[in-house]
Design a binder for this molecule. Structure first.
Ligand SMILES: *Cc1c(COP(=O)(O)O)cnc(C)c1O
Length: 365
């Protein structure tokens, strides 16, 4: 089946033939021996409906749903003794790794850097985002997986930015996929959630045990929201991509925009790799303006909200320096190219004309 169909039909054994996903708002279950459910921390049919959908969408055998994207990453990281993380990732991922784990950081796209970070390790996890937050740097998933596997390591990809509608890392060689389902999977700015998909049986056993032990699984109601959001994921991603393409063409005409970072830009360093491993560039574009113009630029916008997050129907703009990547030190920000003049725009599913008209208000700042 194609992804559009999988997203709608991958979990259909609902009681009474319910076509929508029932919300099992219950903490506990009687007669556990008869149907296999005992307590919602351990498992819940609504969460399982989402987990099956995530697994099917990513082409994996197992899916897991957590209370946030970071909770999903935390569960995954807890399964490994050694973690090697890409330099470019969501700021919260770095904070999690630095606070709670012994992790090292390197440019995972640099074959020598990754090989030397892996030398002497066994069973390590390599973790990368592609395209990465917020400069849209692209990592070659197949190549990175091959290097990881040659060192008896595993590769996990944060697929939040492109989603399985555009990119399926497991089919390219990755061992696990992570999502902030808060973003495109949910898609409506109404819930915080995270997911992991994998085909690895022993990794799946560990994750299942972690959900039961730590109690970080997603609630039935939130599971329902993300599952419902995913039914329209392929449709929405198409519109996000089209809008970003048009916004990119508009931004290129603006003299006050000094640099544009967009995976769909043929001049982007990672364009060829991204085109070879995905069917789109997603809806996020970062760009740089004069840093003193940032406050006025943001104030001039009426439709596009100045708010953290991305991937929902409403267009959002963020200032990574003070928001998503605020937890990084000055040196780290400089190393990742996160300047005070950098803005990240998540193109929603509104009309591209209205998004561009809104951006045009800032042209005379
Ligand atoms: C938002 C985000 C996260 C963290 O997810 P939460 O749901 O906010 O915990 C992780 N990775 C990426 C790429 C993100 O954009």
């Amino acid at each position: 089946m194609e992804i559009e169909t999988i997203l709608i039909h991958s979990c259909e054994n609902n009681p009474l033939g319910a076509v929508g996903t029932p919300i099992f708002a219950t903490s506990t279950f009687a007669d556990a021996a008869r149907h296999g459910y005992s307590y919602t921390r351990t498992s819940n049919p609504t969460r399982e409906a989402l987990e099956k959908t995530v697994a099917a969408a990513e082409g994996g055998r197992y899916g897991f749903a957590f209370s946030s994207g970071l909770a999903a990453e935390d569960a995954l990281f807890a399964c490994f003794d050694k973690i090697i993380c890409a330099n470019d990732t969501y700021g919260g991922t770095k904070r999690l790794l630095k606070t709670c784990y012994s992790a090292s950081f390197c440019d995972v796209s640099d074959e020598n850097a990754l090989s030397s970070a892996l030398t002497g390790t066994y069973g390590a996890l390599v973790f990368a985002e592609t395209p990465a937050n917020p400069l849209m740097r692209v990592t070659d998933i197949g190549k990175t997986a091959a290097i990881a596997h040659a060192h008896n390591a595993y590769l996990a990809i944060d697929n939040t930015f492109l989603t399985p509608a555009l990119q399926r890392p497991l089919s390219l060689g990755a061992d696990a996929v992570v999502h902030s389902a808060t973003k495109y999977l949910g898609g409506h700015h109404d819930s915080v959630a995270g997911c992991v998909a994998t085909s690895g049986e022993s990794l799946a056993e560990k994750l299942k045990n972690i959900i039961n032990t730590k109690g970080n699984g997603l609630s039935p109601f939130e599971s329902f929201l993300i599952k419902r959001g995913m039914e329209t994921l392929a449709l929405r991603m198409k519109k996000h991509c089209e809008n970003a393409e048009e916004v990119f063409r508009y931004l290129k005409t603006r003299r006050d925009i000094k640099k544009i970072y967009y995976a769909g830009d043929p001049e982007n360093e990672g364009y060829a790799v991204n085109s070879s491993q995905s069917s789109g560039a997603g809806g996020v574009i970062s760009f740089e303006i004069d840093e003193e113009k940032v406050p006025e630029f943001i104030r001039s916008l009426k439709l596009i909200k100045f708010a953290e997050s991305l991937g929902g129907n409403a267009s959002l703009i963020t200032h990574p320096f003070t928001q998503t990547h605020a937890s990084l030190s000055g040196d780290e920000k400089a190393a990742c190219g996160i300047t005070k003049g950098l803005l990240r725009l998540s193109c929603g599913t509104e009309s591209a004309v209205d998004i561009i008209n809104d951006l045009e208000r800032s042209a005379n700042c």
